[in-house]
Design a protein around this ligand. Structure first.
Ligand SMILES: C[S@@+](CC[C@H](N)C(=O)[O-])C[C@H]1O[C@@H](n2cnc3c(N)ncnc32)[C@H](O)[C@@H]1O
Length: 313
């Protein structure tokens, strides 16, 4: 399904299904023999959404070796590894931010992220979650039905990030005079380039000195069509196994501003960590040494601090 300016979704369709997909990756990683992450909410949340392919992947019932193409930079096992790497990176980001005294976090495009329930937040922490209404509502209701208790003062902000979310965030109690920790995990590629800039501008306008932002940046290849075609070969077998989802149709291709460069020209100081580095830091298999992996190597994770040097001085 192609994108449009005001498209909406639930967790089984369009961009919403990618939230279930990455949660399934976290569930698979949690269920691994020697797990490097623990997200005990991921599997029940994925099961509650009810997309069979993701549920079978999450539980381990699906044999990923039957689905993945050998030596490909993308596939279910690669995604599981990437979820491990990025979950650890962003968990550490919030832990460092809390350690630095920040008591206000904003999880943009929260999807099935359960950090509001599973991290050890300081007692006076407020966590805001922003996503489309159907996504937010499903997660809150499902976790409440499971008896899960938020680990912070958790506030839902159900709104599209292409709309006036800053007003909705402030109405939910966000205080722009306090430093905050922002997270954009698995989001930016789903926003048109100008919406990405607007999002970063809005974050900057709502950030006081010492605020932090962590983001995941997927690079677009210069030839978006060739990149989409390549990705499609990796996901072709998903269809054979019953999943009708083409993530390449959901992204916005084409030129966009580089996130770290953009932020640094707007008062932030950013530190980048490449995906390859993050995989190595976690002892995970490197990306394959082939041409298809080239643009994955450009993907990076970024932590930025507003109005200060990134080392905190
Ligand atoms: C790949 S998922 C990532 C979810 C979550 N951050 C995680 O890592 O588990 C993408 C998420 O972005 C959200 N999203 C994408 N575009 C959005 C928009 N314009 N407004 C609100 N949410 C959006 C989707 O609803 C979905 O939950």
């Amino acid at each position: 399904m192609k994108r449009s300016d005001n498209d909406t979704w639930d967790l089984a369709s369009s961009v919403g299904a990618t939230a279930t997909m990455v949660a399934a990756g976290r569930a698979r990683a949690t269920n691994a023999e020697n797990p490097l992450i623990e997200d005990r909410f991921a599997e029940p949340l994925v099961a509650a959404v009810g997309v069979e392919f993701f549920t079978r992947w999450a539980t381990g019932e699906l044999d990923v070796a039957e689905v993945d193409l050998p030596n490909a930079p993308w596939g279910l096992q690669r995604m599981t590894d990437m979820m491990v790497a990025r979950t650890r990176y962003f968990d550490a980001f919030f832990s460092d931010a809390a350690g630095a005294g920040i008591r206000q976090a904003v999880i943009l495009a929260s999807g099935l992220d359960a950090r509001g329930y599973r991290l050890s937040w300081p007692s006076n922490m407020t966590v805001f979650e922003i996503d489309q209404p159907q996504v937010i509502e499903f997660k809150i209701t499902t976790l409440a039905d499971m008896g899960a208790e938020p680990a912070a003062d958790l506030r839902a902000v159900p709104i599209d990030l292409r709309h006036d979310w800053p007003t909705a965030l402030v109405q939910a109690g966000f205080d722009a005079s306090l430093p905050s920790a922002w997270l954009a995990e698995g989001l930016l590629a789903f926003l048109p380039p100008e919406a990405q800039d607007r999002l970063l501008d809005n974050i900057t306008a709502l950030s006081t000195v010492g605020s932090r932002l962590a983001a995941e940046i997927f690079m677009n290849a210069p030839d978006g069509a060739a990149q989409a075609e390549m990705m499609r070969t990796y996901t072709q077998r998903w269809r054979d196994h019953g999943l009708d989802l083409d993530p390449t149709e959901l992204r916005y291709d084409g030129e966009r501003n580089d996130v770290a460069t953009y932020l640094d020209s707007h008062g932030w100081r950013s530190v980048r960590t490449s995906l390859s580095q993050l995989l190595a830091d976690n002892g995970l298999p490197p990306l394959p040494d082939n041409e298809d992996a080239l643009f994955f190597r450009e993907n990076y994770y970024c932590t930025s601090i507003f109005g200060k040097e990134a080392n905190g001085n």
